[in-house]
Design a protein around this ligand. Structure first.
Ligand code: NAD
Length: 452
């Protein structure tokens, strides 16, 4: 039985739209069409597939204002973030549009003939997306998938389906053939789970919580289905006393409170070398108080509301530790929360260990490099992080020792569409973006041709 879902504007609590949810039969019907479309899409000449992806990129650019406005209304993203996100989809499409003509194989020396490798498409790829960055995360999956010659079924998160639905319409407008890129709004337990169990879906690219990721990986085992996972994080912002403390402190709010902290890369643990603690906190308090939490439509907004009442309640449950200081937030309707800085007792505290996924950061001190490495590597996650030091050797030693996939030194920027992104440990499996992502959307075939 199909149902529907009321999409809520988290800044006003008003209903934006009612979106029908697909049931299993409807999901199966779309998967069957995507499997049929694969027969033609995989055989479209590389140059033509590239041209279609460039055209898709251009159409997204032409609609960036509309897409950004949808995300502001649906997810409470700030205007500057939402525009960046729409542009990111266009950029990722343009980047992978260069791939169809460059899916090079190898020629490997062998006796008695020639050995060559091919990168073959996999088939229908199922992409399951969370609500925190609906547009970019969808694009990080569907752009390399389509470039590799696969067709796509994409399930947006229940809270945030609007931009994905529009992107599917824009793909058609750009000339991508029917049923090549399909968006299926629905429940994770229905549509998402069907991607896992349906034999014609040959690969899953899942982004979301570690707990659901584990169940998806277990489900994929049944068919040895290809799977890549982008999961949770609890990343560290490590600040040595020899760093530019004022710069590290002024960047720290954005590194954790961007998107209201609903960011898998959020640096939600701040580790400050003991001798720099007072200086850091002084600068940090000024920066947090300046961080503007307001109507996300305003160009000046640094942060909007949380996505839902449910998320608000989860995040609020972490506010029972000592609070160093907070920023401000609007009152009235909407799921608003002020950025909050906690001083946990030690590394066993709940706020230090768990992914909060809200505008809350915990600060602890460390003594030396060894201490910082041990603290940063504690726990099951390993996605992102920052290291601040003027000592190049130390920064390099630290970057090799911290067990995470996407680190930045004297910066908090860890996502670029042309560099790899993904997690160590339970933060994920495989890498998205960059030159290597195509390997996760193709199968390597080896062919030997005899001289005889
Ligand atoms: P979630 O795991 O609850 O849901 C993610 C998606 O999976 C949704 O579309 C949901 O409908 C679907 N889903 C739920 N149950 C399913 C099932 N049984 N089978 C198939 N699909 C199912 O996560 P969320 O709350 O939407 O997102 C927040 C989480 O995502 C956080 O843990 C965050 O760290 C993580 N995340 C990770 C990255 C990354 O790149 N590593 C990026 C963004 C978010």
């Amino acid at each position: 039985m199909s149902t529907s879902y009321d999409v809520i504007n988290p800044a006003t609590e008003e209903i934006v739209k009612n979106v029908p949810h697909l049931d299993i039969e409807q999901t199966d019907a779309v998967i069957a069409k995507a499997a049929k479309a694969f027969d033609t899409w995989r055989h479209i000449a590389p140059g033509e597939r590239a041209r279609l992806l460039r055209s898709f990129s251009q159409v997204v650019t032409d609609h960036r204002e509309e897409l950004a406005q949808l995300e502001i209304t649906n997810a409470g993203h700030t205007r500057s973030n939402a525009l960046w996100e729409a542009d990111n989809v266009a950029n990722v499409l343009m980047y992978y549009a260069a791939s169809p003509e460059r899916l090079f194989g190898k020629q490997i020396p062998v006796p008695g003939g020639v050995d060559i490798t091919f990168k073959e498409p996999i088939g229908v790829v199922g992409i399951i997306v969370p609500w925190n960055f609906p547009m970019p995360i969808a694009g990080w999956g569907f752009a390399p998938a389509l470039a590799g010659g696969n067709t796509v079924v994409l399930k947006p998160a229940e809270y945030t389906p609007l931009t994905a639905i529009r992107l599917a319409e824009l793909a058609l407008l750009a000339g991508i053939p029917e049923s090549v890129f399909n968006v299926l709004p629905g429940k994770g337990s229905v549509v998402g789970n069907r991607f896992v169990t349906h034999p014609l879906v040959r690969k899953i690219a899942f982004t979301g919580s570690t707990s659901v990721g584990k169940s998806i990986m277990a489900g994929c085992a049944d068919q040895i289905k290809r799977v890549t996972l982008e999961l949770g994080g609890k990343s560290s912002n490590i600040i040595f006393a020899d760093a530019d403390i004022a710069k590290a402190a002024s960047g720290a709010p954005g590194a954790v409170f961007d998107n209201a902290g609903q960011d898998c890369c959020a640096r939600s643990r701040i580790l400050v070398q003991r001798t720099a603690f007072d200086a850091f906190m002084e600068h940090f308090e000024v920066a947090v108080k300046k961080f503007r939490v307001e109507d996300p439509n305003l160009a000046t907004a640094d942060m909007g509301p949380l996505i839902s009442k449910k998320q608000f309640d989860v995040v609020e449950s972490y506010l029972d530790e000592e609070i160093a200081f907070t920023g401000t937030a609007p009152t009235g309707p909407g799921y608003w929360m002020a950025p909050t800085v906690l001083l946990p007792k030690n590394t066993n505290s709940k706020s230090w260990r768990e992914e909060i996924f809200g505008p809350v950061v915990s600060v602890l001190t460390f003594e030396d490099e060894a201490d910082a490495i041990a603290m940063a590597n504690e726990g099951e996650y390993g996605l992102s992080g920052s290291i601040w030091s003027r000592d190049v050797g130390r920064a390099l030693r630290m970057s090799r020792a911290v067990e995470t996939g996407a680190l930045s030194i004297n910066s908090n920027s860890s996502v670029r569409f042309w560099t790899p992104f993904g997690g160590f440990k339970q933060s994920g499996l495989g890498r998205g973006l960059g030159p290597d992502a195509l390997d996760s959307y193709t199968e390597l075939k080896n062919v030997f041709i005899s001289n005889d």
